[in-house]
Design a protein around this ligand. Structure first.
Ligand code: BG6
Length: 473
């Protein structure tokens, strides 16, 4: 650590994307359909279509499938130390339950890794990012079925055997705690939400937790240098008033969110969760083997952070969440993005401290950023976006990461979400942009797909070059 920066040497600066949101090529290279290919309007509360429809922007997305070399070169120009991307399960196992993988799909990610290596960028791979093969949803009802554990293990084994010597950092499931809130997108559960029993949902959660632990154990044998992390959606919760009843609601909301990390780090279900199951009359099928599997715990905890919320014990004061996955009551002290996501940099420091105090595992911030509408303008003959609002969002959040590091929290790295513009997960829009790189594509699917560095591109490059020192200048 130097005098001028609070970020440790070797801090992994970079950006993050997911296959379904950037790749496109949805039917190329032998790829099968995934749940995303039938979610034209996004994953939260929107109906699925029967089959892919042209209005679904994810089918072409931003064409990373063909432009990965150009895009990775742009990441390298920013000085990325790491790039988080996901592997599309349905490129490797098009239906999900085949015995043999699709070589063309594997070869695509070989090429992506070649490109990263050429630029000295460390890969950070999400094994499953809201991309369950559609066949597994339709034939098995997704993760409600215990059989998914075996299919996922087979898929993960193929990845670990093929890429294990090239990839150190792996995440098992993106935002695993979103399963109960977005069952189709997150867990490939085809039964409509209103017909789904809590029993089936919690059982699906259990299957994912067991699958994650089994892959963690497998990695120790197949790829001993690999470091396996879980990935959770983090959301600090504040009491709406100082009433102890509101504070208790906060604790309960926290428990609903933290149970996933608790199991991944401690290797068993916590008492508060067992109480919930008892009180709701849910009896999970948990075998002796499951219990043993769960004891294989992760090396680090990664998480996304976008916003905080409030909680109240008074049902009248609860409001339906606006666009975010977990819901919650808006905080009167905070401003919100154009999509109603409340902006709270201090919340990131709180989450980092909470997770560190609770789990004592290295933390990795693998998503954070501002979804905003951008306008392409011409400055001195160069097309760009003057996104000072994004710079100020990111600066404020990174300064809080620095504060948490000063608090003693161990942070491995930071990957800004949607480092190149991509299709939104919740609304399937392209106009909700996060990137340092503008992609010329609009919500109607028009545009050239050309890439244009925004003002934030040079700003982030300087942050990385100075290992965070420029944040305080
Ligand atoms: C997280 C997901 O929930 O938030 C990403 O892991 C997603 O896939 C990101 O894109 C931002 O959400 P949205 O809805 O703005 O794309």
């Amino acid at each position: 650590m130097t005098e001028t920066t609070m970020f440790p040497e070797g801090f992994l600066w970079g950006g993050a994307t997911a296959a379904n949101q950037v790749e496109g090529g949805y039917a190329e290279g032998g790829k099968g359909l995934s749940v995303q290919d039938v979610l034209p309007h996004g994953g939260i509360g929107s109906p699925r279509s029967r089959r892919p429809t042209p209005e679904n922007l994810k089918l072409e997305a931003v064409d990373f499938y063909h432009r990965y070399a150009e895009d990775i070169a742009l990441f390298a120009r920013m000085g990325f130390k790491t790039y988080r991307f996901s592997i599309a399960w349905s490129r490797i196992f098009p239906r999900g339950d085949e015995a043999e993988p699709n070589e063309e799909g594997l070869a695509f990610y070989d090429r992506v890794l070649d490109e990263l290596e050429r630029h000295g960028i460390e890969p950070l791979v999400t094994i499953s990012h809201y991309e369950t093969p559609l066949h597994l949803a339709e034939a098995y009802d997704g993760w409600t079925s215990r059989e998914l554990i075996g299919f996922y293990e087979r898929y993960a084994r193929v990845l670990l055997e093929r890429y294990g010597s090239r990839v150190t950092y792996w995440l098992t499931f993106n935002e695993i705690n979103s399963l109960l809130h977005a069952p189709f997108m997150s867990g490939g559960i085809d039964t409509p939400r209103e017909e789904l029993s809590e029993q089936a949902l919690y059982q699906a959660m259990h299957h994912e937790l067991v699958a994650s632990a089994r892959v963690t154990r497998m990695a120790r044998e197949v790829a001993p240098a690999a470091r396996i992390g879980c990935m959770v959606l983090s959301m600090p919760v504040y009491p709406l008033t100082p009433d102890p009843a509101d504070a208790l609601s906060v604790m309960q909301a926290d428990h609903r969110n933290l149970v996933y990390g608790d199991v991944h780090v401690r290797g068993r279900y916590p008492g508060y969760f067992l109480r919930t199951l008892r009180e709701e009359g849910i009896e999970l099928e948990i075998t002796e083997q499951d219990r043993e599997d769960l004891t294989h715990t992760v090396d680090f905890v990664s998480f996304s952070y976008y916003m905080s919320v409030c909680e109240s014990a008074d049902p009248e004061r609860r409001e339906p969440g606006r666009g975010n996955i977990l819901g919650g009551i808006p905080n009167p002290a905070l401003e919100a993005s154009e999509w109603g996501w409340q902006i709270d940099p201090v919340g990131l420091r709180l989450v980092l401290n909470q997770f560190w105090d609770r789990w004592q595992k290295p933390l990795f911030i693998v998503e954070n950023g501002l979804g905003a509408k951008d306008e392409l303008v011409e400055v001195d003959g160069v097309r760009t976006v003057l996104d000072d609002y994004r710079i100020s969002y990111l600066r404020d959040h990174l300064l809080q990461v620095g504060e948490a590091i000063r608090d003693g929290v161990e942070v491995l790295g930071y990957t800004a979400w949607g480092c190149i513009d991509l299709v939104s997960a919740s609304t399937a829009q392209l106009s909700k942009r996060y990137g340092f790189i503008y992609v010329d594509r609009d919500d109607d699917g028009g545009g050239t797909l050309e890439r244009y560095p925004k003002k934030s591109f040079d700003w982030y490059a300087e942050v990385i070059r100075t290992n965070g020192a420029s944040l305080t200048e």
